[in-house]
Design a protein around this ligand. Structure first.
Ligand SMILES: *Cc1c(COP(=O)(O)O)cnc(C)c1O
Length: 366
C-alpha cells in the first residue's frame, strides 16, 4: 500500500530524536507555551527571516489572530481565493468580516491577480494570499494591487514552509503570515499547532495577548482574549523535525521532478510555479478528465489518492448565505472537477513513484 502521506515512515527514521524531545518536555513540565515554544519560535522565525512571531494552536487560529490583530472585522471584506482549504473563509467569518471569493490562475492554481479588481469594493480591507500546494502566489502583483488600494496582505503559508519568492522565504512579504503544523503538512506536529509571523512588533504583541486570554501578566486581562496557545510537546517535536525540513523539501522536489518526467509526455500537468517562486510541493496535483475511474483503479492497486479540494469555497454550503453560484468562478470550478493528488512525501522511493505513475497512466485521461 502506498499512502498519500506516510507519517509512520517519517517518524520511524527519527524515533530517538522525537523520544528525546518528548522526554525533555516531561522533565521540564513546560506543557503550555514555555521554553520549548520560545525556542521553536526563534528557530522558525530565523529560517523565514522574519523578526517577530508567535506559536499558536493551529493554522486556522493563526489566520484568525492575523485578521483580528490587524483589526479586520465587521463591515470589512477580505478577498480569498475560491480554490483553497475551508479555513481561509472560516477565519474571515470568525472575525465578523465577509469573505469575497476570487478566481485562481489556471496554470499556477493560486489567486489570479487579474481577478482582484473585480472582487474589490469600497469595503475591501485585505487580501488573503494563499501559497497553495506550497507554490508561492504572485506576491509582486498582489502586493502592488494592495499598495495601490491601501489593502492589507496576509500570507497563508500553511502549505509552504520554506518556500521562496524572488529568493526570499515566504512569510515576510505580507503584513502577517500564517502557518499550520497539522500532522500532514510539510512540517507537521504530532497533533495540532500553528504559527503567525510579522515584521511589526506591535502586531506581534497584540496577537500574543489575544491568544493567551488577553493578558501579559498572569491575572490581569487587558482585552477579552482566547486560548489559542501552542503546547510544549508540539514545539519540542517541531523543533526536532525542523532540522530535517530542508532535506525533506529537497526529497519532495526530486519526487515531483520524477513524476513530471513520467507524466508530462502523456499530456498531464502539475501546477506551474509562479514566476520567481521556488515551491516546496506540499501536494503533487495532476488534472484528469476521468477522476472517479482513476481513483478506483489506484485504490484497487493499493495506491491512495486525494482531491484537494473538491468544492470551491464560493459553492460550500457553509457559505451559501454569501450567494455564490455555479459559473461565478469558472477556473476554480473546473479545477475542482479535475484535480487529483498523488502520494507525495520525502520517504517515497523512486520505484514507488514509478509504480504510482505507471498505474495512473493505465487509465488516466488528460
Ligand atoms: C491546513 C490549512 C489551514 C488550516 O490549518 P489547521 O492547522 O488545520 O487549522 C489553513 N490554510 C491552508 C491553505 C491549509 O492548508
Amino acid at each position: 500500500m502506498i499512502p498519500l502521506v506516510d507519517l509512520g515512515a517519517q517518524h520511524d527514521r527519527i524515533k530517538s530524536e522525537l523520544a528525546a524531545a518528548i522526554d525533555e518536555v516531561f522533565a521540564s513540565r513546560a506543557f503550555i507555551q514555555g521554553r520549548h515554544v520560545a525556542e521553536f519560535e526563534r528557530a522558525f522565525l530565523r529560517l523565514h527571516e522574519v523578526p517577530h512571531g508567535v506559536g499558536c494552536s493551529n493554522g486556522t487560529a493563526a489566520l484568525f489572530l492575523a485578521l483580528a490583530g490587524l483589526s479586520v472585522g465587521p463591515g470589512d471584506e477580505v478577498i480569498v481565493p475560491a480554490h483553497t482549504f475551508i479555513a481561509c473563509g472560516e477565519a474571515v467569518r470568525h472575525v465578523g468580516a465577509r469573505p469575497v471569493f476570487a478566481d485562481v490562475d489556471a496554470d499556477t492554481q493560486c489567486l489570479d491577480p487579474a481577478g482582484l479588481a473585480r472582487a474589490r469594493t469600497p469595503r475591501t480591507r485585505a487580501v488573503l494570499a494563499v501559497h497553495l500546494y506550497g507554490n508561492p502566489c504572485d506576491l509582486d502583483a498582489i502586493g502592488a494591487f494592495a499598495a495601490e488600494h491601501g489593502l492589507l496582505v496576509i500570507e497563508d503559508a500553511a502549505q509552504a514552509h520554506l518556500a521562496r519568492y524572488r529568493g526570499r522565504p515566504v512569510g515576510g512579504f505580507g503584513d502577517a503570515a500564517t502557518f499550520s503544523f497539522y500532522p500532514g503538512k510539510n512540517l507537521g506536529a504530532c497533533g495540532d499547532a500553528g504559527f503567525v509571523m510579522t515584521r511589526d512588533p506591535e502586531l506581534r504583541a497584540r496577537m500574543a495577548k489575544l491568544l493567551d486570554h488577553g493578558r501579559e501578566e498572569k491575572y490581569r486581562h487587558d482585552v477579552v482574549g482566547y486560548n489559542f496557545r501552542m503546547d510544549g510537546l508540539q514545539a519540542a517535536i517541531l523543533l526536532a523535525k525542523l532540522r530535517h525540513l530542508e532535506a525533506w523539501t529537497e526529497a519532495r522536489r526530486r519526487h515531483v521532478a520524477h513524476y513530471d518526467r513520467l507524466l508530462a509526455p502523456a499530456g498531464f500537468s502539475s501546477p506551474r510555479a509562479t514566476g520567481g517562486a521556488d515551491p516546496v510541493h506540499h501536494l503533487y496535483v495532476v488534472q484528469v478528465s476521468n477522476r472517479d475511474a482513476v481513483q478506483r483503479h489506484l485504490t484497487e492497486n493499493g495506491i491512495a489518492s486525494g482531491v484537494h479540494y473538491p468544492i470551491p469555497l464560493h459553492l460550500q454550503p457553509a457559505f451559501a448565505d454569501l450567494g455564490g453560484r455555479p459559473g461565478d468562478l469558472p477556473v476554480a470550478e473546473r479545477l475542482a472537477g479535475r484535480i487529483l493528488s498523488l502520494p507525495l512525501y520525502a520517504e517515497l522511493d523512486p520505484a514507488q513513484v514509478e509504480r504510482v505513475a505507471a498505474t495512473f497512466l493505465e487509465v488516466a485521461r488528460p
